[in-house]
Each structure stands twice: as structure tokens, then as C-alpha cells.
Design a binder for this molecule. Sequence first.
Ligand SMILES: Nc1ncnc2c1ncn2[C@@H]1O[C@H](COP(=O)(O)OP(=O)(O)OP(=O)(O)O)[C@@H](O)[C@H]1O
Ligand SMILES: [Mg+2]
Length: 332
Amino acid sequence: MTVNRAFVPRAAQAATQAISATGLRKSYGDKVVLDGIDLSVPQGTVFSLLGPNGAGKTTAVKILSTLITADSGELSVGGHDVAADPQAVRAAIGVTGQFSAVDGLITGEENMLLMADLHHLSRREGRRLAAELLERFDLVEAAKKPAAGYSGGMKRRLDIAMTLVGGPRIIFLDEPTTGLDPRSRHTMWGIVRELVADGVTVFLTTQYLEEADELADRIAVLHDGKIAAEGSAEELKRIVPGGHVKLRFTDPDNYRSAASALRDAARDDEALALQIPSDGSQRELRSILDWLDSAGIEADELTVHTPDLDDVFFALTAAAPARNNQPKETVR
Ligand SMILES: Nc1ncnc2c1ncn2[C@@H]1O[C@H](COP(=O)(O)OP(=O)(O)OP(=O)(O)O)[C@@H](O)[C@H]1O
Ligand SMILES: [Mg+2]
């Protein structure tokens, strides 16, 4: 049986969602940052809020985590009304802000123990939990050194370890991997996946579309104060036109004869490149290659481009500069 959402009372909807927002608005002076946005995040899932610099991601995180108040909107986190019961919300969540909460003057271990104190854990329990989390986040060796000397990735891991001290069931991660190298980023993704496997709900903001693609069950793109699109990565990719095969030539004569043979291809005379619409499947590629062979066309480079979240992002946030279609895969 399908239940029409419209007939489910709002309170009941909110109860099944770890996070929900309806009509969330926030302005700073004349500047409207969040212009009435709706969000809902089911328990135990990863929700990713995507948006360019200044889109309002951190503002949304701060409002939902009770650090600042909204101008209006119905907000519920962990089953608690954010405006009416911020204390209960705070008890249910953990927040890793965009800018590190790590105190560089003290050691990693001391940072952890400080968090344990803030959560009123006994000395013994605090030590046990700190040791366990430092181990889990591969910080045992660094634990006795001042955090100021940690690398960006280590600081970020310590930041999240500190967030986990209170055992939150809902975690907000504001750009957890910005500035990290690929290895540290993958480590962070592993940490998020482990949290979700434990049933934790993760609200993640990021500027990396690949990250949202990797981690998120649902993705919302924030643009001009509104949610420009929302869905799974696959759903969002369907918004933009399909992929293509790109043929590049070095010799202008070869390019021109190929262009006249391939009338359906889009031409880029400057780059000596032709684009043929294609879904990137093996079958289509084979038929394109066969056809090129039979027409005696030999391109100097052939690349396959499948639409990715970058395309969606640029299509939705149209003010962004045109993207040079980076190939995902080079065939030749
Ligand atoms: N305290 C404040 N006073 C005035 N304007 C603010 C304040 N905080 C944020 N803003 C403005 O609100 C807008 C949204 O900022 P926010 O930090 O939420 O963006 P963001 O999406 O997190 O960006 P980034 O990707 O750079 O972190 C920006 O234009 C910012 O200048
Ligand atoms: Mg931000």
C-alpha cells in the first residue's frame, strides 16, 4: 500500500525523520540566505547538502544544530522541535564544524578528555572512550603531541573523534574533507560509512560532487536560497543531457573530412573536436568505432564522457563558468 504523504500528519512525518525542515528561512539584513527550504532526512541515512561558496550550507547546519536561530520554519531534529526544545536537540546530535574545534595548544588526547568532561563522563569512562576513539581514528601515536602539529587530515579525524564522544545518533559534518588529500578523503569516507553502518544519521555538506555521489543517499543542491534539485545521485544525473563520445584531431584536414562525414556530431572547430551523443555503453561504443573504421576516420584521441554530478551542478547553478568536459575515461 502506498501512503500519500499529503495525508500523513506533519508531526508523524517528522517523527520518522531524523531531520526535517519545512519553510526554513534565514536572512542577514537584506540578504536572503535560505528562502524557505524543505528538507527531510530519514534515520540512518546520509543526506548531502551541496552548494557553491556562500550558498548557505553552513547557515543551514548552524540552524539545525541550534547554534543560530531561523527567522521562520518548522524544524525538527531527533524528534525534537528545534525552536521549542533546543536542549534536547543538542543532546541528540554531534556537530563537526567547517572550521576545526581542535585546540592546538593541547594534545589530541587532552582534546578528547576535554570533550569527555563536557559530556560529564566520569574520569575513568572518559579515559576509556578517549583511548577507544583515538585508536579507531588512527591517532594513538600522535595522541600525546600538541594538536597544532597535526596534519589537516589528522586534525579532521580528531575533530570527528571529539564529536563522537557523546555518542550522537545524528551528526552534522560541515565540509569534512575540504582541503584534504585524496587518501585522507577516502579515510574520511570510510569513517562516514562506518557511522552509517551503526545506524547514525549523517548530514553532510560538501563542495565535492564526487563525495556526495560516493556517500549520500539523498542530495540537495542549494542555489539562490532554494533547493534547486533533490534526489539520489542517479536521479540527479538524469536531469542533465546524456553523455557523448569526443573525437579529437590534430590535423585540420582530417578533422574537416571527419566533420563532413559525421553530420550529426557537434563541432568544435577551434579544438578540432567532434562530439557524438552516446550513452557510453559498450554496445554503442563498438558501433561508433566500427562506423569510424568503415568511414576511414582515425581520430587522434577518443574519450567517453558520461554525465556526472558536476554536470548537474553546473546545469543547476548556471552562473558558474562553463566546464571543460573532462573525460571520465580515456579509451584511446
Ligand atoms: N553572521 C553573518 N552575518 C552576515 N552575513 C552572513 C553571516 N553568516 C553568513 N553570512 C552570509 O550568508 C551567506 C551564506 O553563508 P554560509 O557560510 O552559510 O555559506 P556556505 O554555503 O557555508 O559557504 P562555504 O562553502 O564558503 O562554506 C554568505 O553570503 C555569507 O556571507
Ligand atoms: Mg560553509
